[in-house]
Design a protein around this ligand. Structure first.
Ligand SMILES: *Cc1c(COP(=O)(O)O)cnc(C)c1O
Length: 371
């Protein structure tokens, strides 16, 4: 059956389209002023010294792993309850991901389990602000300092989120945002590294641009680099979208609150929990089903009725390629494994209407009450 309500959708208007058309008409499609404008706007918005535009969130995280010289023999603490990219960028450099379990409320890195898994080889923490809820930064940074660990923030799901009044992206050594069309703002494909560290920014700029030096000639390469640049069409769309971020975040919060309100009376579901000192930047709306309910059957029945829903996340340590590479198995991360069998992402985007939300919730009720 065709989907009546999309799982996610970008929020694009005429100003976005006009902005992209102008760049097309200018003829300057790469290495131009729009990427610089987007970087400046982003640095100002997050409240950091540097922003480096890249071709995707994954590309940005890969650059950060390289910049921090994480390599073979190094261990990196990372959640399994995340998108595969957080883990893949560690594997690209032949370092070892060490999976950490999650807090049962926010589904973010559990600082206690994190500290327990530190060894002599631990070099860094890849923290992930899952679903747009900041990790417990005070604790994570305290542990990082105590054991002298580097910290990368995979903030790809958390543009605009705040922890104790400070925007995510300011924490740790460096962070990276992503702009795939289901994120808070989109550039099509795209990402942005942010940091207060001059050296990290300088090397990141070189790595995304084939290893060229800042002042070097076009065919002079200082190091092994990549083509991870952001093009001008994406960048101008980013500028146009970032100007609307506050409206976007408010719309998303409104949709999330409507869902929570309508689900309040359903005892078999747990809406998302947001810590009181956090500003959530809603990326997806994920509920947790009561133990014993067949989540996958719920998804199937929803889809039959034209309403998409996803199991979100599926743990990375149980993915076929990770089992093969790292010999990981079921039982390693009890909370991650329990939660991930019961989580359900519902359709979520800026312009979901109250009627649509009502329809999703009623469909969900009807299915579960007849199971
Ligand atoms: C979206 C996302 C990324 C990066 O995704 P790209 O598609 O490469 O932009 C990385 N980590 C997490 C947790 C994400 O949700």
């Amino acid at each position: 059956m065709r989907e009546k309500i999309p799982m996610s959708a970008p929020d694009l208007d005429d100003s976005d389209i006009q902005a992209v058309l102008e760049v097309l008409r200018s003829g300057r499609l790469a290495l131009g002023p729009k990427a610089i404008e987007f970087e400046n706007l982003m640095a100002e918005y997050i409240g950091v010294k540097h922003a480096v535009a890249v071709s995707s969130g994954t590309a940005g995280l890969h650059i950060l792993v390289k910049v921090l010289e994480i390599s073979e023999g190094d261990e990196v603490l990372v959640p399994s309850f995340t998108f595969c990219a957080s883990v893949n960028v560690i594997l690209y450099e032949r370092a070892k991901p060490v999976f950490v379990d999650i807090e049962p409320e926010t589904y973010n890195l559990d600082p206690e389990d994190l500290e327990r898994k530190i060894t002599k080889r631990t070099k860094a923490i890849m923290a992930v602000d899952v679903f747009g809820h900041p990790v417990e930064w005070d604790e994570i940074l305290r542990i990082a300092e105590k054991y002298n660990l580097k910290v990368i923030d995979d903030s790809c799901e958390a543009l605009g989120a705040e922890y104790k009044g400070k925007k995510v992206g300011q924490f740790g050594d460096c962070a990276c945002f992503a702009f795939y069309p289901n994120k808070q703002i989109t550039t099509g494909e795209g990402g942005m590294i942010v940091t207060n560290n001059d050296n990290i920014a300088r090397i990141a700029r070189s790595l995304r641009n084939q290893g060229r030096g800042e002042m070097g000639a076009w065919l002079y390469h200082e190091r092994l680099g990549y083509n991870y640049r952001m093009d001008e069409l994406s960048a101008v769309l980013g500028v146009s979208q970032l100007r609307k971020i506050e409206t976007f975040l408010e719309k998303r919060e409104k949709v999330a609150n409507m869902y929570t309100e309508k689900l309040r009376k359903c005892s078999w579901i747990r809406p998302p929990i947001v810590k009181p000192y956090v500003r959530m930047s809603w990326f997806v709306y994920v509920v947790t089903l009561e133990k014993g309910l067949d989540r996958d059957k719920v998804i199937l029945e929803m889809e039959k009725r034209g309403i998409p829903a996803r199991g979100y996340f599926s743990p990375i340590h149980l993915q076929p390629y990770i089992r093969k590479m790292l010999n990981t198995k079921e039982g390693m991360l009890p909370i991650t494994e329990d939660i991930s069998k019961r989580t359900l992402a519902l359709p979520f985007h800026n312009n979901l209407t109250e009627d649509e939300i009502e329809e999703v919730v009623n469909t969900l009720k009807e299915i579960i009450e007849n199971m």
